[in-house]
Design a protein around this ligand. Structure first.
Ligand code: SF4
Length: 462
């Protein structure tokens, strides 16, 4: 890990900071395009924070930028195809502006490494643990040297870097990096390295600064937040949740992602105890078959998973749940697939991210082949999606007549005379403007639900 000791800046100071370390970027503009998960959104803000300290300014489009960085995802083949397409497109810009620097960051950079650098259009390739080196590599590329930095670290957490966030009301705060789980289908432990956590006091300080600068909601991020561990302060994730809820008592606190094996009773109890911790949990189950779960190395059984659901419902009967499901993992039989559908019927999720299995090379499962034919995978995925839509529509129908506290996020996309917001349970709620009371983005309002679809609730202000 580089040894530059950077001070912690509050966001106001950060935005006024005058290139305190290297001034390689003075006057230059950088555009970062983010693909994939929320960790990448948070990482892009860290990269912008690092570049800002070197004098770069944020550009809003490729056309305005001297440096274009794609922060990439490698989780599925499709995600990588999108990046290759985008690079072909960026080649047109580069032909017109030879001094433009183009970089690939993130999981795909870590996975493909030098292969990416062999493409003419790419000047720098930087993995998730080497973002402190981006200014140096960009400067090298401006001088004609292509650069690569893809070492994984056991300690890098960017704890001292102030992310350069876009103004708004919701912020992502990364609390840990990496994953030690090694699910057999997943590239994350190879692209993001081993688990390491940020310090609890630095996280709660960051939350306080976010509240002071107008943010109303924060999502604590990690690949497996339940294994958060700050040894220096003898704190686990439940301690962090409690400390966060107390540090910013009027701020909404969310988190993602949980792991069914590691989610402790204390985490669930802390959620129940503090009103400002949102009653919503994303708890991936992936498959309803113990045999497939074992092949996936998920480290829990269906029984353990259902035990967590029981505990959640006992402490927070109205807590909303979402999940991740994979259909057609290698050797998945019709019986395994039916077990997945059964689990969905038992738990009744409010939402789900559902995918057909996509083998990734270098993972353990890759060697086992991809024996479920595409049309079978797709049919099973369609069945999973249809069931989920049906369940979500039924659950949302049950919301009619209830009142939710909703955080106003902005105008509804379909109708500018309506607001869009989110309930504590993470549901999108649409409701009309109220010119008399004059609510603004960031306000908390009460909305009584009078209509619903499987994805959205509609209501009136009360
Ligand atoms: S828990 Fe499993 S699926 Fe999630 S990031 Fe870690 S290895 Fe990948």
């Amino acid at each position: 890990m580089p040894t530059i000791d950077l001070p912690v800046l509050d966001p106001q100071q950060a935005s006024q900071a005058e290139a305190p370390f290297h001034s390689t970027g003075t006057g230059r503009r950088v555009y970062v395009e983010t693909y994939g998960c929320q960790m990448n959104v948070s990482d892009s803000e860290i990269v912008l924070g690092v570049l800002h300290q070197s004098g770069y300014e944020r550009a809003d489009s490729v056309e305005e930028a001297d440096v274009v960085l794609l922060n990439t995802c490698a989780i599925r083949d499709n995600a990588e195809k999108k990046i290759h397409e985008r690079l072909r497109h960026l080649n047109f810009f580069k032909k017109k502006r030879e001094d433009m620097v183009i970089g690939v960051l993130g999981c795909m950079a870590e996975r493909l490494r030098k292969d990416l650098l062999d493409k003419d259009v790419v000047d720098i390739v930087v993995g998730p643990d080497e973002y402190r080196r981006v200014p140096e590599l960009v400067a090298g590329a401006q001088g004609g040297d292509k650069g690569i930095a893809v070492k994984l670290s056991r300690v890098e957490t960017y704890d001292d870097i102030e992310p350069l966030r876009t103004e708004g009301i919701s912020a992502w705060v990364s609390i840990m990096r990496g994953c030690d789980k090694f699910c057999t289908y997943c590239v994350v432990p190879f692209t993001r390295g081993r688990e390491r956590s940020r310090s609890l006091p630095l996280i709660t300080d960051e939350l306080k600064r976010l509240w002071d600068t107008g943010f109303k909601e924060v999502t604590l991020l990690g690949q497996n937040v339940d294994s958060y561990r700050d040894e220096d302060n003898n704190a686990d994730f439940a301690d962090l949740l409690i400390a966060s809820a107390r540090a910013v008592p009027n701020m909404r606190i969310r988190y993602t992602t949980s792991h069914p094996q590691d989610m402790s009773d204390r985490v669930i109890e802390a959620m129940g105890e503090y009103d400002n911790i949102c009653k919503y949990i994303h708890l991936p189950f992936q498959s309803g078959s113990d045999r497939i779960l074992e092949l996936m190395n998920r480290t829990y059984t269906v029984e353990r998973y259902l035990d967590r659901i029981r505990k959640i419902r006992e402490v927070m009967p109205d807590c909303a749940l979402s999940t991740d499901v994979i259909t057609g993992f290698c050797t998945e039989t019709e019986e395994d697939h039916q077990a997945t559908l059964d689990l969905m019927r038992t738990v009744r999720y409010d939402g789900a991210y559902m995918f057909a299995y996509s083998p990734r090379d270098n993972t353990k499962a890759y060697k086992w082949g991809d024996d479920v034919p595409d049309e079978v995978k797709k049919r099973r995925l369609d069945e999973v999606i249809a069931l989920q839509n049906e369940i979500a529509a039924e659950i949302n129908q049950g919301e009619i007549g209830r009142t939710h506290e909703v955080l106003v996020e902005g105008p509804s996309k379909r109708n500018a005379s309506e607001w869009k917001g989110r309930s504590d349970t993470n549901k999108t709620v649409i409701f009309p403007h109220d010119d008399v009371r004059g609510y603004v983005v960031g306000d908390l309002v009460k909305v009584r639900i009078d209509r619903s679809t499987s994805a959205t609730l509609f209501g009136e202000l009360v």
